[in-house]
Design a protein around this ligand. Structure first.
Ligand code: HDE
Length: 696
């Protein structure tokens, strides 16, 4: 244990060592050392944590210094292998509570009683980048939730996109090798805009539906608190009578969905690589607890059979217009981890962790996942006892005859480490009544390596998604494809991709070809099944589906000398009333003077707070302040970017800056001359983005 041990550690004040004293006196810790004494991992008190043991003040260090060696050895082994995918993640504790009993479809106890709160731990992640990569690459986001139920842990290991790139687990290593940094050159980090990824996609049309989602604004979310989540694979629900249904799991953010623009994502990655992690942590610290509703699409066999695609195919979704989502409860994330490594890093999710009442489907992607996660935890966490770590340990009793192994943390008692046994009649035994029972789904068939015909249509749902979303989303998909394919060196890969895009939607293919300067160069794709036009699904839209709100958002207020204090206070009050936060920015972090010459503290200096970090911005200045701002490139950039990124903008006393930043005239810019104008600014800010400005 490297944490201080209260009980055993000697509690007397530690005297500064002679060496420390001779080198310039006491450190803060030594001076303040009335509290817990620093010890080795064996509990031996440490008298000097500043100097290693040496032969004389200037002599060589002695091998005898076990305190130095213990400390360095532990440090040398502080890192564990990062996750091969989803390495970069942020997490929080919370609870889940059902709205009503779901007993009619599942016997799962945590879904049976609206009074029962089940503790959860949720981890959000990017897929491709390493643990130290930025938060805002274009990427799918992981959305994994561990429910510590009274019947065991249930891990719902999902994503923020409802479909996946491949249909069979055997293709996963190829997909991931293709998207991660290229084997010879070691780049790009956390980005799909390179040859190997698009080479793979161009040869694997089953990935095209997910590609449409990954190129949409879903892949650059504004906040982890504003993403939908999906179980992706089809699971089964089983009720106490043994009746089964298929189910698709959904998470819906109470704050609604929001995304940033690509140019914002690129700039945020530089300005604040931890943008999402910080946002989640700060929201919880300020008690704005992220909330997600949990929804089920319950599908009976008859409905599944009538669908024009296979419910076992993870590259397909079931439109809500065909099977509505029933909201069954809510997850609230109300506590940050105490220690990032012990919790966020060591948490081990496994789709194979289910509880009675939930069962798997035969989806060949899910079947492979059931093997992979347990296997990967063994090398990542280094021991088959990873379930004993506090973050992974079930909160209900657990007992079996598994014993020993690396880092065994439990001290099993008695002689009986096998079953059946007569030596320990009170010991753990199997239980047909409360134990998990697999739904007896018939499976007899010939052993074949074969993809079912029902998985063969790779284009219809890609088209469905592209045509169902809003015009802005469609525009951004085209731009993202142009950007990504523009980064591909090998022309034939681009040409093949254009062939696929033409089949999904001719206009899309044509626009991307034109933007790439490759009109007429597409290599025609030959689908094995020609796509059909499915009924559009407006539910697939990212924008316009949730009510406009400013709740949980952040408004940046740039204050310059001579600003109107009354207006600033009214603005902050209006922003707070919306449930949003106002961040005070000034040219210098030391503060800024209002029109009466009174100095006010700032929270952020302009240089470190570009407008990409906020959902909406306002600039308040007096004449001198306006002059100072317009002479400052960072201030001009602040406003120019806010304008380009379609943010609601409020301006008070800053005409010169507005002119320099070309922020005169576009929709969504409110002149805040008096408090009565604030409502109009808030109205635009609630919309998230002023889309009319983009069309203009
Ligand atoms: Fe994963 N995935 N995955 N995956 N996955 C992992 O497990 C894997 C897939 C997802 O926050 C790994 O603990 C295979 C789909 C999330 O800790 C690994 C296949 C979905 C996380 C693994 C898939 C996911 C992982 C790496 C294809 C959405 C992060 C580290 C058959 C439903 C969990 C680890 C966390 C992590 C394997 C496809 C979601 C290697 C073989 C589809 C959210 O076991």
């Amino acid at each position: 244990m490297s944490v201080p041990q209260k009980s055993d550690a000697p509690k007397k004040k530690s005297a500064p060592s002679k060496a420390a004293a001779s080198k310039g006196g006491e450190t803060h810790q030594q001076a303040a050392g009335d509290g817990v004494v620093l010890t080795t991992n064996q509990g031996t008190g440490i008298s000097d944590n500043q100097n290693s043991l040496r032969a004389g003040g200037r002599g060589p260090t002695l091998l005898e210094d076990f305190i130095l060696r213990e400390k360095i050895t532990h440090f040398d082994h502080e890192r564990i292998p990062e996750r091969i995918v989803h390495a970069r993640g942020s997490a929080a504790h919370g609870y889940f509570q059902p709205y009503k009993s779901m007993k009619h479809v599942t016997s799962a106890a945590f879904l049976a009683d609206p009074k029962v709160k089940t503790p959860v731990f949720a981890r959000f992640s990017t897929v491709a980048g390493g643990a130290g990569s930025v938060d805002l690459p274009r990427d799918v986001r992981g959305f994994a939730v561990k429910f510590y139920t009274q019947e065991g842990n249930f891990d719902l290991v999902g994503n923020n996109i409802p479909v996946f790139f491949i249909q069979d687990a055997i293709k996963f290593p190829d997909l991931i090798h293709a998207v991660k940094m290229e084997a010879d050159r070691g780049y790009p980090q956390a980005g799909s805009a390179h040859d190997t990824f698009w080479d793979f996609v161009s040869l694997m049309p089953e990935s095209l539906h997910t590609i449409m989602w990954a190129m949409s604004d879903r892949a650059i979310p504004r906040s982890l608190r504003m993403m939908e989540g999906f179980g992706v694979n089809t699971f089964r629900l089983v009720n106490s009578a043994g009746k089964t249904n298929f189910v698709k799991f959904h998470w819906r953010p109470v704050l609604g969905t929001a995304a940033v623009l690509w140019d914002e994502a690129v700039k945020i990655s530089g300005a604040d690589p931890d943008f999402h992690r910080r946002d989640l942590f700060e929201a919880i610290e300020s008690r704005n607890f992220p909330e997600f509703e949990f929804g089920f699409q319950v599908i009976d066999q008859k409905t599944a059979d009538a669908l024009p695609f296979d419910v076992l195919d993870a590259t397909k979704l079931i439109p809500e217009e065909i099977v509505p989502i029933e909201m069954v409860g809510k997850m609230v994330l109300d506590r940050n981890p105490d220690n990032f490594f012990a919790e966020t890093e060591q948490v081990a999710f496994c789709p194979s962790h289910i509880v009675p009442g939930i069962d798997f489907s035969e989806d060949p992607l899910l079947q492979g996942r059931l093997f992979s996660y347990l296997d990967t935890q063994l090398s990542r966490l280094g021991s088959p006892n990873f379930h004993e770590l506090p973050i992974n340990r079930p909160k209900c009793p657990f007992a079996n005859m598994q014993r020993d192994g690396h880092m065994q943390m439990l001290t099993a008692k008695g002689r009986a480490n096998y079953e059946p046994n007569s030596i320990d009649p009170a010991g753990a035994r199997e239980s047909p009544s409360v134990g998990l029972r697999t739904a007896p789904i018939p499976t007899e068939a010939a052993k074949v390596r074969l993809r079912s015909e029902s998985f063969a249509d790779h284009y219809s749902q890609a088209r469905l998604f592209y045509r169902s979303v809003t015009p802005q989303e469609r525009k951004h998909i085209g731009e993202a494809l142009t950007f990504e394919l523009g980064k591909v060196d090998i022309p034939a890969i681009r040409q093949k991709m254009l062939g696929h895009l033409n089949i999904i939607d001719k206009t899309l293919g044509g626009t991307v070809a034109e933007e790439l300067g490759m009109t007429g160069e597409a290599i025609a794709a030959k689908p094995s099944v020609m796509p059909i036009d499915l009924d559009l699904s407006p539910a697939l839209r990212l924008y316009g589906k949730y009510k406009p709100t400013l709740k949980g958002r952040k408004v940046g207020l740039l204050l310059a000398p001579g600003f109107n204090l009354k207006l600033k206070n009214a603005l902050v009050a209006a922003i707070n009333k919306e449930g949003a936060a106002a961040a005070i920015i000034a040219l210098k972090v030391g503060g800024v003077e209002d029109s009466a010459g009174t100095r006010h503290p700032a929270e952020m200096a302009l240089r470190g707070s570009p407008s990409v970090m906020f959902d909406a911005v306002a600039v308040l200045a007096g004449p001198a302040g306006d002059k100072a701002l317009s002479a400052t490139p960072d201030a001009v950039g602040f406003l120019m970017d806010a304008c380009r990124h379609l943010k609601a903008i409020g301006l008070s006393g800053s005409p010169e800056l507005a002119g320099k930043a070309h922020a005169v005239g576009p929709v969504g810019i409110t002149d805040i001359g008096a408090a009565k104008d604030i409502a109009a600014f808030i109205g635009f800010a609630r919309e998230g983005k002023v889309w009319a400005r983009e069309s203009a």
